[in-house]
Design a protein around this ligand. Structure first.
Ligand code: SAM
Length: 349
């Protein structure tokens, strides 16, 4: 199998180079409105946001910033195929504006806008992010009433363009190859994710701080949950290229759009590192499944189906054709497009 990886410099609000109905999945994390590290990004996108910030008008700044993100969600709607999925990682903001500490509920504002755009809103995921723990003594400390809850979570919002996709013929077969293990399903489709670590250490401290990168495991899992092998995953706010790297690791094509051209070397490096990362992750899935089968068997409940391609027992009929793929090679052409080859893991590999 072959995949392609395009690193574009552009604007999420238009996605000019991405044709209509051409991607099956969007996984992204935008700049977060009312989080100070993203103020300059919003100032450069919106005069209204800049004015509201200067006037310490929190409500108006919040709205003006989201008006820009709304344009990006509309562009995602345009480029998604019918039934395609949009996953948005976003955190709410807490901030003192004009002397008043308050919450700016980004996730709720995005859901309302996405719903107006025609997306079907699906159950979301709370991503427990332990690295977020700042001081626990905000507000009045130990004295009631005036202390504030500390957030250690962000959201993964899940939206669908219209009705569910239909899979017939070859697409139905590819869907069965792209299945996940029963025990993976039970973890991945839980509403609170506690098992994802912070950003991996592939970035230097300064880049990590200004990029707001998420750990590769987050888009990797979402890509396996919501797309088929060989399909195309888009990240309109690509940053350091984590989504593209996750797509390559998972055997999907990718398009990343990012406004800041200085991040390009990081995005290339992320793709290059993803060849090995994809191999490690596919083997880890196989190893974890083997351990799961051993445990079930010891408990006297051995899985009753067989996956001949992998030579393993599986719990359900739907896993019998499941194929674990891993990247083998990546080469960039003269236009900077990455071309990867992937292979299937076999019982002896
Ligand atoms: C939260 S970061 C994304 C981090 C990314 N998930 C990663 O792992 O590196 C948001 C990114 O959006 C970019 N950005 C801001 N406004 C944009 C726009 N209008 N179009 C495209 N990218 C934009 C910023 O430069 C930043 O890199």
């Amino acid at each position: 199998m072959k995949t392609t990886h395009r690193l574009l410099t552009g604007d999420a609000r238009t996605l000019l180079e991405v044709p209509d109905a051409s991607v099956q999945l969007v996984v992204t994390s935008p700049p977060y409105p009312m989080v100070a590290m993203w103020d300059d990004a919003f100032r450069s996108m919106s005069g209204a946001a800049a004015e509201a910030l200067d006037a310490s008008d929190g409500g108006a700044a919040f709205e003006a910033m989201h008006a820009e993100l709304d344009r990006a969600w509309a562009a995602c709607h345009r480029v998604l195929v019918p039934g395609g999925i949009l996953c948005i990682n976003i955190g709410d903001a807490t901030r003192t504006v004009a002397g008043t500490f308050q919450l700016f509920p980004n996730h709720a504002r995005v859901l309302a806008a996405a719903s107006r755009l025609g997306f079907v809103v699906l159950p979301d995921i709370l991503w427990h992010k332990p690295t977020n723990s700042p001081t626990k003594f905000m507000g009045s400390g130990m004295l009631p009433s005036g202390a504030y809850v500390t957030y250690e979570h962000e959201y993964v919002l899940i939206l669908r363009k219209g009705e569910r996709r239909a899979f017939r013929g070859g697409a139905a077969a590819l869907r069965r190859r792209s299945a996940f293990f029963w025990e993976e399903r039970n973890t991945w489709f839980s509403d609170v994710w506690r098992d994802l670590r912070g950003t991996r250490q592939r970035l230097d401290a300064a880049t990590r701080k200004r990029s707001g990168a998420y750990p590769l495991g987050l888009p990797y899992r979402l890509i396996l949950m919501h797309s088929l092998q060989g399909e195309t995953v888009l990240d309109p706010f690509a940053g350091t290229g984590t989504t593209s790297a996750a797509a390559l690791a998972a055997g999907r094509s990718s398009i990343g759009v990012e406004r800041d051209p200085t991040l390009e070397p990081h995005r290339r490096a992320a793709l290059e590192a993803a060849v090995r990362e994809g191999h490690v992750r596919a083997e880890a899935r196989r190893t974890r499944h083997a351990a799961f089968v051993r445990e079930r068997t010891e408990q006297g409940r051995p899985p009753s189906h067989h996956n001949p391609g992998l030579g393993v027992a599986v719990v359900t009929r739907q896993e019998r054709e499941l194929v674990l793929t891993c990247p083998e090679s990546l080469a960039f052409d003269a236009d900077g497009v990455g071309h990867a080859r992937h292979r299937a893991l076999t019982p002896d590999a």
